[in-house]
Design a protein around this ligand. Structure first.
Ligand code: ZN
Length: 278
């Protein structure tokens, strides 16, 4: 199957890619370049308030595909777990208020001093199960995102599509739960294509960036698509081969490079690379 070029209306740029901007500046920058889709970063939304954020998106005609990121449900202390549930219910309500289709949901890592990986994973699954009725009532899907195994200890105790599908199967809530596929997290997995084939109807979001050969930080040194070792177009092809037709979402955490540049340069580069490598 030959892939169609990625048109501008299918390009989404995550707000976190423009960490150097405040909420309004980042959205105005996307609008200047004709980008009409974003994923809102929770901290940026909290800085200005949900109602004002929703107003800015409406005024600029920008669609918030997701709110990033909720979850973080691996705590074992009952009070901390209760707090995490309360936080997540609030985040789901915020996602609904900005008309986001999904809340990207990560499990969280291991607590300080803990080594019980399986226990953390089980608590995260239980926590997500508890959020399902609230998400369903709010009309917000929870897009469970596995992350790269190098961040297993502090961000996500699930690292592959297969593990994520196992959890989604157990939760059995396909109307409200699904998968966020992030190429940066998954590109190394030789089973990725086969596992994605089993994820067809469940894939909600597709995030892309690049893995730099000489990465300096596995979380905060993501590369611009085309600058590294990930064949994002090939992965898009795998997804579209199973019927995925939503946007391609560029999500670049880049403390040492892209977050230091002029936002217009960042967005211009992404729009250009979308034609060439996405
Ligand atoms: Zn992501």
């Amino acid at each position: 199957m030959s892939l169609q070029p990625l048109t501008l209306d299918r390009l989404c740029i995550h707000q976190v890619t423009l960490m150097q901007c405040d909420f309004r500046e980042s959205m105005e920058c996307l609008a200047r370049h004709g980008v009409t889709k974003t994923a809102v970063w929770r901290d940026k939304l909290d800085e200005i308030g949900t109602a004002e954020g929703a107003r800015i998106l409406d005024d600029l005609g920008i669609e918030a595909m997701s709110l990033c990121a909720g979850g973080l449900l691996t705590a074992s202390d009952p009070a901390a777990r209760r707090q995490a549930y309360d936080d997540n219910r609030q985040w789901i309500d915020q996602a609904a208020a900005i008309k986001a289709t999904s809340m990207v949901t990560i499990t969280g890592g291991l607590e300080a001093g803990q080594t019980d990986l399986r226990g953390a994973r089980d608590r995260a699954s239980e926590g997500i199960a508890e959020l399902i009725p609230h998400a369903r009532a709010a009309g917000v899907r929870l897009a469970l995102e596995p992350l790269h195994p190098m961040v297993c200890g502090f961000r996500s105790v699930i690292s592959t599509v297969r593990e994520t599908l196992d959890i989604l199967d157990a939760l059995n809530a396909q109307d409200v739960m699904g998968l966020a596929v992030d190429s940066y997290a998954l590109w190394w997995d030789h089973n990725l294509q086969a596992d994605l084939a089993d994820a067809a109807a469940q894939t909600i979001n597709f995030h892309v960036s690049d893995w730099l050969k000489e990465t300096r930080d596995v979380r905060l040194d993501r590369g611009m698509p085309g600058d590294g070792q990930i064949d994002n177009r090939k992965i898009r092809g795998w997804l579209e081969g199973i019927g995925f037709d939503a946007a391609v979402e560029v999500e670049i955490f880049s403390e040492m490079n892209w977050w230091k540049r002029q936002p217009d340069e960042v967005v211009r580069t992404i729009v250009d690379r979308a034609q060439k490598v996405l």
